[in-house]
Design a protein around this ligand. Sequence first.
Ligand SMILES: [Zn+2]
Length: 115
Amino acid sequence: MNEILQKLVMLQDLDYMIVEVKSKDVKKVQKKMGLKIKGGEKLYDAKKALEQKIPSNVLSKYHKLMERFGRAVSPVVNNKCMSCYVTLPKRLSIREIGNRELRSCERCGVFLYWV
Ligand SMILES: [Zn+2]
């Protein structure tokens, strides 16, 4: 798989984990009546380290997509973008070729990877 694409997939996983940790923290805080419990700091560190390895133009697009859709990288299943469910052009649908380069969905704009 394309190196940047691989990192974007990892980054998105981290972002989802951070969201999860945050929501767990909220529950804990409520439970303990105001006692704040720190969580996800290691995840933030890993996220920062990973972000430094991604070109800034790609990273800024990633953040824009995350803000807009809550996802920036989407798998392609049965020739369809799993973010907007558009059927992709055949020239884009070959796994070996698709994962070699950083590609975006022509409709919704998310980065695509083939599973
Ligand atoms: Zn799409």
